[in-house]
Design a protein. Structure first.
Length: 550
């Protein structure tokens, strides 16, 4: 339950510290006094988007803090799941900083608004006048039916199973599309893969082939220059080998005279040995040269194939061509198993669908059995609330399609007067009748969802007299099992609260502020009298107020 609400620097509120008790409490005050401001602040601390314009003094921080007693709720797993510190006395704080940035905390741990919303949904339900429109929304009607039938967990299981089926169906449709696309490209992919495989790219080296082609193409030129080189080395008397040998012999004759000459002779000898090795290499290369037209043709053919494949696939290297070949190989292998994978997906979709249908059938059966009892549970109190001829026409038909909330088609209508055809609540019910219907709906939801706190904002709009008294009695009964706070303009309802708070607005100089305070017994009589007859109530109004309160 909500035990304390603190508001600082919000709209017309400078500072408000409100302590709340269990049971049924009421909030009253003149129109425009600021009840909506308090609800706005409460909505902010429960996770609504922050609006910088609501900050009164924009040079200071705005703080809204709500304290909750959650000792009787099983929320410890939620706190653990969201990495929050669990405390039976939980404090939710929302701050709007100068500049407009906002932040939220649960027990001093920062949280995202999504997490705060999830937590708030389990702590409090705030009903505003606009929420009467929910009566015509299909999901809200299902919420009412499932709360009464106790099928919330079964509905969650169905939705989980339906999500599995939906996701598997998407995967199946995608797999079918991909397979169809691949089948149109498969023949070409097979041809390209075969072409790349037959090229034996792993055995080829482009640079080596290009070098071999150059040598085979210029064989005569190479032989001519090798022969000339050998002639230069071995020509009699004037050949390099003979000249270098003579040089070595001459220097050797003076090597014994000084170490430098000896070193010089060694260097010349080393050059002679190196040159001799070069001469041997030239001779070997020259001997190995022979015309081989077939080899040249083979090299040319290999290079032409490589160049063709590179141009065709817009690739620059043999390595890239090999990568393309390997990718095609993988795709062809995957294509071979695609049909098997498709069959597996089809079976999975069928299994998920079958399971969802089974759960939906149980959901339909329990809902169907609960409908007469729900109808009676709504009609009986409404008849006491001044709608003696009300009749609900709630029908549930089984469909074959897996809809978001089951395989049911729900028709939720009512007739307010005798002899009239049932219709949508929004069309056949007046404002006051909608208020009474919503109160009954809220009482059913509250009883079957175990929500600890319920705030009703002028749910009594459009009613008066004895109907208002009956509504007040119903609220008082609801307040026996939970914290119920009703914002009201009706004295009959205000008087039924165990506690009554008054919202008031005052002006001092150029500043207007809103305050909220708990009324004493005497103050309650005065407030109720004003609600009955207006300002400066007479003795009759005061007596009537005292009678209502007592």
């Amino acid at each position: 339950m909500l035990t304390q609400l603190t508001i600082v620097n919000y709209a017309l509120i400078d500072q408000l510290d409100l302590k709340l008790s269990s049971g049924f409490s009421t909030i009253t005050g003149e129109t425009g006094a600021g009840k909506s401001i308090i609800l706005g602040a409460l909505g902010l601390v429960l996770g609504q988007r922050a609006d910088w314009s609501v900050v009164q003094d924009q040079e200071k921080k705005c703080i809204i803090e709500a304290h909750f007693d959650i000792s009787n709720l099983t929320l410890a797993p939620f706190f653990e799941q969201h990495d929050l510190e669990f405390d039976p006395h939980t404090i939710i704080r929302r701050e709007i900083l100068p500049g407009g940035k906002s932040r939220a905390f649960v027990n001093d741990s920062p949280v995202h608004l999504g997490t705060l919303n999830l937590l708030s949904e389990q702590l409090i339900d705030v009903h505003s006048q606009q929420d009467n429109r929910n009566l015509n929304e299909l999901e809200y009607q299902y919420d009412l039916l499932d709360a009464w039938a106790g099928t919330g967990a079964l509905r969650t299981a169905y939705q989980k199973q339906r999500n599995l089926w939906t996701q598997a169906k998407k995967e199946l449709d995608l797999a079918k599309t991909q397979l169809k696309t691949w089948e149109t490209e498969r023949d070409y992919a097979q041809f390209v893969y075969q072409e790349l495989t037959e090229a034996q790219l792993d055995l080829l080296d482009l640079h080596e082939l290009e070098a071999k082609q150059k040598q085979l193409t210029h064989l005569d030129t190479i032989r001519e220059h090798l022969t000339t080189g050998l002639h230069i080395l071995h020509q009699e008397e004037s050949g390099l080998m003979n000249q270098l040998l003579q040089l070595k012999i001459n220097v050797g004759k003076i090597a014994g005279y000084h170490q430098d000459y000896e070193t010089l002779e060694q260097r010349i000898a080393s050059v002679y040995v190196e040159l001799q090795d070069c001469a041997n290499e030239l001779e070997l290369k020259n001997d190995q040269l022979e015309q081989d037209p077939a080899a040249l043709l083979q090299v040319n053919a290999q290079l032409e194939l490589i160049y063709l494949l590179q141009r065709k696939h817009q690739l620059n290297t043999i390595t890239e061509l090999i990568g393309l070949r390997d990718r095609l190989s993988d795709e062809l292998l995957q294509n071979e198993s695609a049909t098997e994978h498709l069959a597996q997906l089809e079976k999975q979709v069928a299994d998920y669908h079958e399971k969802a249908v089974e759960i939906a059938a149980d959901l339909h059966r329990i809902r169907k059995a609960a409908l007469p009892h729900l109808t009676a549970a709504m009609e009986t109190p409404l008849k006491k609330l001044g709608m003696p001829d009300v009749q609900f026409a709630i029908e549930l038909t089984l469909e074959t399609e897996l809809l978001p909330l089951g395989t049911d088609k729900l028709r939720f209508e009512l007739a307010v007067n005798k002899g009239t055809q049932p219709g949508l609540i929004g069309k056949v019910a007046s404002g006051g009748e909608k208020s009474r219907i919503m109160l009954v709906v809220k009482s059913i939801l509250a009883a079957h969802t175990a929500l600890p706190t319920l705030i009703l904002d002028e749910i009594d709009t459009g009613v008066s007299g004895e109907v208002a008294t009956k509504m007040a009695e119903m609220m008082a009964e609801m307040g026996k099992n939970r914290q119920l706070i009703a914002i009201t303009h009706l004295p009959q309802i205000a008087a039924k609260g165990a506690n009554q708070y008054k919202v008031s607005k005052s002006s001092e100089g150029q500043k207007t502020t809103t305050s909220l305070r708990l009324l004493s017994h005497a103050e309650r009589i005065a407030e109720l009298a004003e609600m009955i007859s207006g300002k400066n109530p007479n003795e009759s109004a005061l007596s009537h107020a005292a009678h209502l309160l007592n």
